[in-house]
Design a protein. Sequence first.
Length: 639
Amino acid sequence: MTSRRSGIQAAQEPFVSADEGSTLKTLQNLWPYIWPLERPDLKKRVMLAIAALVVAKFVTVLSPYFFKFATDALTGEGDSGVPALIAAPVMLVIAYNVARVGFVGFNQLRDALFARVGQHAVRQLALVTFRHLHALSLRFHLARRTGGLSRVIERGVKGIENIVRFTILNGIPTILEFAIMAVVIWYQFGFSYVIVVAVMIVAYVWFTVKTSNWRISIRREMNENDTEANSKAIDSLLNFETVKYFGNEKMEVGRFDQSMAGYERAATKTWTSLAWLNFGQAVILGIGMAICMVFSARAVMAGTQTIGDFVMINALLLQLSIPLNFIGFLYREIRQGLADIEAMFNLLQVPTEISNKPAAADLAIGEGNIRFENVSFHYDADRAILHGIDFEVPAGETVAIVGPSGAGKSTISRLLFRFYDVTGGRITIDGQDVRDVTQESVRAEIGIVPQDTVLFNETIAYNIRYGRPGASDEEVREAARLAQISDFIDTLPKGFDTEVGERGLKLSGGEKQRVAIARTILKAPPILILDEATSALDTHTEREIQSALDQVSRNRTTLVIAHRLSTVVNSKMILVLEKGRVVERGTHQELLSLGGLYASMWARQQEASEAEERLRAATADEEGYVLRGQRAEEVEPAQ
């Protein structure tokens, strides 16, 4: 448990910036995941993978000796101690088969052993990011772009996998191979060869680093355009109906194409720059190999080296070109991986605006009494939302909050859920300040039926059971019955297994609200918030759902945030909000007698309701007249 916490803390430190060359810092923060203290089985796999890796490198470096022995045996030079007729074929078989098979075999064994370690690191870091996103405040999520956020996480997870694999499994062994190769060349050919090879390696690495640094800015530009295009695509598809309503398909396609055009330009530059990088690397390798081969050819002509030595230095340099080519690829992948995960770890650096106090205890719920004591709040210091709000919701009673749009009604529910902390005063439940107890325990005791119900793209049963995941099928059915939606579900071919679609769009507004009510009934919280639960519905549907809301709020401490005043006439206390202040309070009749804001709102809504009823009646009469006419026309021929 200790190592996991340290890993999470490490992941949340400022530790990824491709421009700062923070590969070492990244590895330092990734190490708790690669070497998890609580998983000895994974540590054992790391050690075995490293052992296989070292053996593979020794086999690789020593294999050119087989070519030397075979060549010298065929030409009669040197003294390998093996007859030429046997040495040539046997050494060639060893060189081309045993060494290569051994090299590939140990490398594959290394990859197989390390696979679980790498995937464990990827999983844990993805989990840290996902958990952190859920820990961020509502303020962050209201400003996010879902499509871009998902793409950032997707690329970040892939980048983590690349960095873990390439640095641990390939970076360290490549350096080891260079060291062994330098010793072999020095021993077999002399220091001058080592100098040439060293200069070649330095030039190669310098050119690779410089070019890759240039390419990484192109990669970042490509990522930004890709993220923007994906964000626009997701946003457009989520608002499919709105696009159709206004006939703006061409505009949406144009916006998407504009982002893809930027991606196309950056991607083209990426591949063009890669071609120049590969060409420059080939030139540097070619010059170094040519110089060493000339040295060896002159030594053969002078009789100080054998033809086998000439073949061996060529084989060694060809062997050296593999890790050199790979070191370029390795550097590019690490740098690109850093660019890919940069945005992901920037997310981890976003502070959690609302967090539990170190010694916070769980909310000890008793009767469920709620009190707002002189509460003030603002999203922005220059624009206050609530001013000195003071009221109480007695245990088991219902208090309603009404007022015009923008008065701050929904902000009150968000403060009670502790999506934000108050900037003045305090909110208590049974005398406990919600800031002094854990957020999880507060939210566990409160249920809500929101104005805009958004469902998961799952079955009806899943969405109802979300209120209490461990509920049985019978409990889900009973909740649906109490929410007055079971009859509708029974008419569906798949019943409770019916998929509701993206955001629940396959259901009507009334059906979604009933699912939300059933979900809250299943949760069975002692405190209930009805946040304009019927404001988006027509009057007829509202009346049907209101009875279900009355059922769920019975014997519960209930805070009703309402737009339609007809839904709160029976509340024990009604608070009237205007511009973040309580301007009136009392029962329905008391507020009407005041003749103030509440009375004027009631009058306007009554007029609108009567007009709606007259329109409904007129429509019904017209439909009846048309229907009678149709029936008369059908009867006349028969007469």
